[in-house]
Design a protein around this ligand. Structure first.
Ligand SMILES: [Zn+2]
Ligand SMILES: [Zn+2]
Length: 155
C-alpha cells in the first residue's frame, strides 16, 4: 500500500479517536515507514535525530502506539525484549525465529500453520482474528549462526 494511503488511514484514525493531528506525528509516521524490519522506538528516534528531524522521544513512543492501534504497524515483544515494530500493511503473515545467542531474527512464512489455526478455531465456532508465533532458538556460536545474513537482524 502506498505511503499516501497509510497516511490517510492514520489521519482518519487520529480524527476518529480524538487525537490531535500534528506535524510531528506525521513526520514520525513517514520515518517509521521507511525503517527496516523490526525497529524499536529508540532506533527510530535516533534515526530521526540523525536526519535532523526534531521530535520528542515521548511523542515517538506514543505515536508508535497509535500506529500499532490502527494496525499500520505490528508490535512485537520478543521474549521480554523491548517492543519492536514492523510495517503491517502490504506484508503477508509471517513468523519469527529469534536466535537467543545472538539476537538475530529470521522471518518465515508457512501456510499450513495458518490453515491449522483456522481449522482449530472453526471447530470451536470461533473466528480467528489475529495471531503471532515466535520461535526461540539458539545457535552454537554467534560467528557461525546461520541467521547471520538475514536482512532483518536486530542489533
Ligand atoms: Zn517480521
Ligand atoms: Zn545466532
Amino acid at each position: 500500500m502506498p505511503k499516501k494511503e497509510l497516511k490517510e488511514i492514520f489521519i482518519s484514525y487520529l480524527k476518529d479517536n480524538g487525537h490531535r493531528i500534528t506535524n510531528e506525528r506525521i513526520l514520525i509516521l513517514d520515518s517509521a515507514l521507511s525503517m527496516g524490519n523490526h525497529f524499536d522506538a529508540d532506533e527510530l528516534y535516533s534515526k530521526m535525530r540523525s536526519d535532523f528531524i526534531r521530535v520528542s522521544r515521548a511523542t515517538v513512543y506514543n505515536t508508535l502506539e497509535l500506529m500499532n492501534n490502527c494496525k499500520i504497524l505490528t508490535k512485537h515483544n520478543f521474549k521480554g525484549d523491548r517492543a519492536r515494530y514492523e510495517t503491517k500493511h502490504g506484508r503477508k503473515n509471517h513468523y519469527h525465529i529469534i536466535c537467543l545467542s545472538c539476537n538475530k531474527i529470521l522471518e518465515f512464512e508457512n501456510q499450513s500453520i495458518e490453515k491449522t489455526l483456522l481449522k482449530v478455531c472453526r471447530n470451536k465456532n470461533l473466528k480467528l482474528t489475529d495471531y503471532s508465533i515466535q520461535v526461540f532458538a539458539a545457535c552454537e556460536s554467534a560467528d557461525n549462526c546461520t541467521l547471520t545474513n538475514q536482512p532483518c537482524k536486530i542489533q
